[in-house]
Design a protein around this ligand. Sequence first.
Ligand code: NAG
Ligand code: NAG
Length: 357
Amino acid sequence: MRRGLLVFLVVNLLIITFLIRSVSTLLSLLLEDAAADAIHHAELPSPNSSLIEQRPQIIPKIIHQTYKNESIPEVWQEAQQSCKDLHPDYEYILWTNEKSREFIAAEYPWFLDTFDGYNYPIQRADSIRYFVLAHFGGTYIDLDDGCNRRLDPLLSYPAWVRRTVPTGISNDAMGSVPQHPFFLRVIELLQSYDRSWLLPYITVMYSTGPLFLSVIWKEYMAENPTEAGRVRILMQDEYNRYSWSFFTHHVGNSWHGKDARLIFWMGQHWVLLTVCGFVLAGAVGLCLWWAYGRLLIFGSKYRFRYSKVPNLGFSRYPSPSRRSRGMMPILLRRVSSKGDEEVGPTETSYEYCSRRD
Ligand SMILES: *[C@@H]1O[C@H](CO)[C@@H](O)[C@H](O)[C@H]1NC(C)=O
Ligand SMILES: *[C@@H]1O[C@H](CO)[C@@H](O)[C@H](O)[C@H]1NC(C)=O
């Protein structure tokens, strides 16, 4: 094989390896069914079962919700009230913007700049729920989710989250004991995920939202947490198929709707997206190969123009210290002697590139 081609292939392979490594968690998330940590029907006592009393309850009886201020819009009042009514013995905390900021400033001052710096209010609403769960423990419920039965059976797990479609976990209802290692990890990593991804919904999803949480979860699970560190998963069947499911879904928040639609769409079309990815990668590869060929031909012409001057820079057998620089002209010489051959595939790939445009 020609050395030029070899160098080209190796460089491409390195780039592809790097790209796959950087998205490997996302790829593996697509295949994750969460079965290992699922909370199965059989272990959830029915609503009035005496078994509920016998299970140790380790998550504190606190319900956390978030809204910008105390005036909850009418569409969500019914859902909010259903949770309050079913849990008169639980402490209820509504985290308003003001209260959230005070809490972060007092307890997690290192996070305050990030918290204030978020471009979208939903990012603050997302992040505060992780902090209050890590700090106080309890159950967080989105304002658009109502309660259908008491949460008591879920208090028996050190931490639980809900499975979402098509993959990963959601952050709309979660429970945890205080200082659970998973939520500690989540709040620790929030800062490093505070990046902009151009599109608002991807930025929100991946900096503080469900995609962020799912990626951390996937990496966390790979470390085989102990029983106390496990995060149990409430599967979809458990929360929307049966009449004794825990939550009822009310009118959604526009942000969540958009996110869910995008993710749902991507999940349904992931085969198509993968094929498109490969086609795109192939096209980019061909274009690069074409550009690389051009560069070599250009380089060889350039070199020929100056080769009338006796070989100044490069001796035939470069000394070790110069070897890396010495490689280049050898490469060019090989290509220039085969210049005609180079034209065929070059033009094909050029056509291919322009067709893609
Ligand atoms: C559970 O008990 C409550 C009050 O005793 C009752 O209103 C409710 O219908 C019962 N639920 C089920 C599923 O039996
Ligand atoms: C809460 O915010 C809404 C909308 O921004 C505003 O109309 C309302 O007056 C606020 N309520 C309080 C108690 O500040």
